[in-house]
Design a protein around this ligand. Structure first.
Ligand SMILES: [Zn+2]
Length: 449
């Protein structure tokens, strides 16, 4: 799912020449691809240039054309609802891309892409319809106003690929670039992940089950890596080589990073300033500056996100709110909401010192036909991550970007003796996808021993 360089030229032949020159120059200069993306773009008034398709010859080999407002799609696939509605899906996506990136509707009047959805690449190659110099792409490819897709075994993933490549085309031709590699592929994955139900399209959705998104697999890849101790830091993802095609694992990490930042209650606004810098050679530097104040919290939250990521992840309720921490000298009590993820207690614990944590209160941990009342010891009717649902858990946050320690089972009471200075975070044990039906709070008390 690579992306090419967007350019603005008068004719197709001229832009191919320019593009080839650009590619050669870039290879020699060993610049990051994101820098190559900072080239002039076509204005809305200009007509995009496409390769010409000889539709009579195409029809002779079974290639037909499906027309939408913003996409003309050529395919050798037989007619079916899932294939023939793709231009409609694309048209709906265009409205959402425009809203997300702040592109005025008037700029889209003549905006259109030309796509090729291929069962048999050879048929398209014979008619000169493959991308020059990039016939070896895997699954999908976008260049300027054109995109190419291999047929996929699931309706979901075929649409996903179209929306992924469409996001590249939209960003490139409307924003004039796509930022660093992680952002370029992360945004294509974020806005490619979707829900399509009854002709309603929702981009950037959080899939609620594996069955909803056959072949997508991003959550599983990230979770498996985390559990195997192979989680990447934000800096690792930012350092992905922009010039090389990414692996499926890398796509998953790019998606996770963009999803994490884009759904963060406090930081979303900062993240959504990034489209303004997509043509900036120093995109990653801009990104670091935007988040400089929050970088330490961000690393911690990123680890929490990776540790708890699951289908249906409720990003809003899982967003951590931070409070300045102070060393605990005497007994103190705080409240912990049952319908939220980790919450900072503001308690700084000293290494080697013992603290007794106790908790009281009744809250709702689930609701089916009736509410499930629960106390800090949890309910033993159901378990989550090996502990009773609703049980009070603790998490010690210390300095550094490393892997999180496992949560501490506190329940009604426990004694904690941290090995290093750390701030305590608390939450009740529940799936991050099932916080909506929780209600109420508990009181937690700390007392140095
Ligand atoms: Zn891509």
């Amino acid at each position: 799912m690579a992306q090419g360089i967007g350019i603005s030229t008068q004719s197709y032949a001229a832009w191919v020449r320019a593009a080839l020159e650009m590619t050669t120059r870039l290879a020699m200069l060993s610049l990051a691809l994101c820098s190559a993306l900072a080239v002039p773009i076509a204005t809305a008034a200009e007509r995009p240039s496409f390769r010409r398709v000889d539709e009579r010859r195409a029809a002779q080999v079974g290639i037909r054309k499906i027309v939408g407002r913003h996409l003309w799609l050529y395919t050798d696939l037989p007619a079916s609802n899932a294939v023939d509605e793709l231009p409609l899906v694309f048209d709906k996506a265009v409205q959402q891309w425009a809203a997300y990136f702040g592109v005025e509707k008037s700029r889209l009047t003549n905006w259109r892409m030309q796509g090729f959805l291929m069962q048999d690449r050879a048929k398209f190659a014979a008619l000169g319809l493959m991308p020059e110099g990039r016939t070896d792409f895997v699954n999908g490819y976008a260049w300027d106003y054109e995109l190419w897709l291999d047929e996929q075994p699931s309706d979901y993933y075929r649409r996903h690929l179209l929306l992924h490549e469409g996001t590249h085309g939209f960003m490139q031709t409307q924003l004039g670039g796509a930022g660093a590699g992680w952002y370029r592929e992360g945004m294509a994955e974020l806005l490619g992940t979707h829900c399509w139900e009854g002709a309603n399209l929702t981009l950037a959705s959080m899939p609620t089950s594996r069955e909803e998104v056959p072949m997508w697999g991003r959550i599983k890849l990230v979770r498996n890596a985390y559990q195997a101790g192979e989680a990447l830091t934000l800096g690792d993802v930012m350092a992905f080589n922009s010039r090389e095609a990414m692996s499926t694992d890398q796509y998953a990490w790019c998606w996770a990073m963009c999803k994490f930042l884009d759904s963060h209650l406090q930081l979303r606004e900062q993240f959504r300033q990034l489209p303004a810098y997509v043509a900036d050679l120093k995109f990653n530097l801009r990104f670091r500056k935007l988040f400089r104040q929050d970088w330490e919290d961000l690393q911690f939250e990123w680890n929490v996100f990776l540790a708890t990521l699951d289908y249906g992840y409720d990003a809003r309720r899982m967003t951590i709110s931070h409070t300045p921490a102070a060393v605990v000298e005497k007994e103190d009590t705080i409240t912990v909401a049952a319908d939220r993820g980790w919450q900072s207690t503001g308690w700084q614990l000293k290494a080697g010192q013992s603290y007794r944590i106790s908790a009281t209160g009744t809250y709702q941990i689930a609701k089916d036909s009736q509410p499930w009342p629960c106390e800090p010891g949890g309910v033993t009717l159901e378990y989550h991550e090996g502990q009773p649902m609703g049980m009070l858990l603790g998490l010690l946050r210390s300095d550094g970007e490393g892997r999180l320690p496992p949560p501490i089972a506190i329940g009604l009471q426990a004694v904690i003796k941290p090995a290093v200075d750390a701030t305590l975070y608390l939450r009740v044990n529940d799936s991050p996808a099932r916080l909506l039906d929780n209600k109420g709070k508990l009181q937690a008390t700390i007392k140095p021993q």
